[in-house]
Design a protein around this ligand. Structure first.
Ligand SMILES: Cc1cc2nc3c(=O)[nH]c(=O)nc-3n(C[C@H](O)[C@H](O)[C@H](O)COP(=O)(O)O)c2cc1C
Length: 317
């Protein structure tokens, strides 16, 4: 996820069980073949040979663009650097990206989705798979099935569907039943995405979409153990205990320790607070801690106060 999940975050998240694969932040493709350093920056795992996080979870490289020729050329560049899979982003709702004809803007013209996927599939020539990520449409859902079918016809091996249109942004609800409608019209595996914050959400999303597998976005940051809880339930039918604030705080501490090896403390403070802000979504306890900590500006003070000395501090009066 652009700006919030980099290689360090991928490393920390995938230390918990449950993730089958991870995706890089998107590499923006306009018209030129990008130099290797851009790919290494977005996907440092390319240097690791196996293109996986240190825990061994494969990392897929994501491209975002609209020009089939440029996408194909950059897919080849990524392949030459060792990429194991190319994911194409047709879901980004950012105004700037859409104005420049990227991300979800292509969902208005399924034939352009088709041409982009096909160009990349042909460039990769079966050496590694191409996968795609779409939303349900741009302004409405009329072209949801056509876009999904376009990815399959173009040669995508798998499709992630974020159950909202571009205009719906990140507003709940995600329309899991619509992901099911799309799934019925294609024969490639479909992964459901959007608003899966809890194990209960997973059950509902699975029931309504028919997809066994889901992609976690913001919720993986909010609850780094959610994937493990889902996977454990899939395998055993049992429920792991809920994630506590202490577990979350310890992830933030490890994250800060890793980030401060390469960045100044003032930047690390912002990054820790950014993750903390993500943690409060869908979790009232983390929200209380966010408000308790948000004004601290010194990194050590912030880290020392993550776990309050008295456990009563955040209990309701
Ligand atoms: C800050 C932010 C950055 C994102 N960056 C990307 C990205 O680079 N590539 C991508 O495929 N999706 C990206 N997404 C979308 C998420 O992957 C996901 O599809 C969306 O947030 C819905 O899932 P969720 O409800 O689990 O978060 C981003 C979302 C957010 C909020």
């Amino acid at each position: 996820m652009e700006g919030v999940i980099d290689a360090l975050t991928r490393d920390l998240l995938t230390q918990q069980a449950g993730f089958d694969w991870a995706v890089t932040e998107f590499v923006r493709v306009v018209d030129a073949r990008l130099p290797p350093r851009v790919f290494y920056k977005h996907c440092p795992e390319l240097s690791a040979g196996s293109v996986a996080t240190p825990s061994g979870v494969p990392v897929h490289l994501q491209l975002l663009g609209s020009d089939p020729v440029a996408l194909a050329s950059n897919a080849q560049q990524a392949l030459s650097l060792g990429a194991i899979s190319i994911d194409l982003n047709f879901g980004c709702p950012a105004k700037l990206v859409n104005r420049h004809d990227g991300g979800a803007s292509l969902l208005r013209q399924p034939d352009r989705v088709y041409r982009a996927v096909k160009a990349v599939a042909e460039a990769l020539d079966g050496e590694i798979p191409v996968t795609a990520k779409i939303r349900l449409g741009f302004s409405d859902r009329r072209l949801a099935v056509a876009c999904a079918q376009a990815t399959e016809a173009g040669g995508a091996a798998q499709l992630v569907v974020h159950g909202r249109t571009r205009d719906e942004g990140y507003r709940p609800p995600a329309h899991w039943e619509w992901i099911g409608k799309v799934r019925h019209q294609v024969s490639i595996p479909v992964v459901a995405n959007g608003d899966i914050w809890t194990l209960e959400d997973y059950w509902k999303a699975r029931t309504l979409s028919g997809c066994e597998d889901v992609m976690l976005g913001r919720s993986a940051l909010s609850d780094p153990w959610l994937a493990a809880r889902i996977r454990h339930w899939q395998r055993t039918g049992e429920r792991l205990p809920d994630t506590t604030w202490t577990m979350r705080a310890n992830v933030l501490k490890r994250y800060a320790d890793l980030q401060r090896r390469q960045l100044p403390d003032r930047v690390v403070v912002s990054l820790v607070k950014q993750w903390l802000a993500q943690m409060r979504q869908g979790n009232s306890e983390a929200n209380q801690h966010f408000h308790r900590l948000k004004r601290l500006t010194d990194l050590d003070t912030l880290l020392n106060n993550l776990i309050p000395s008295t456990s009563l501090c955040c209990e309701p009066a």
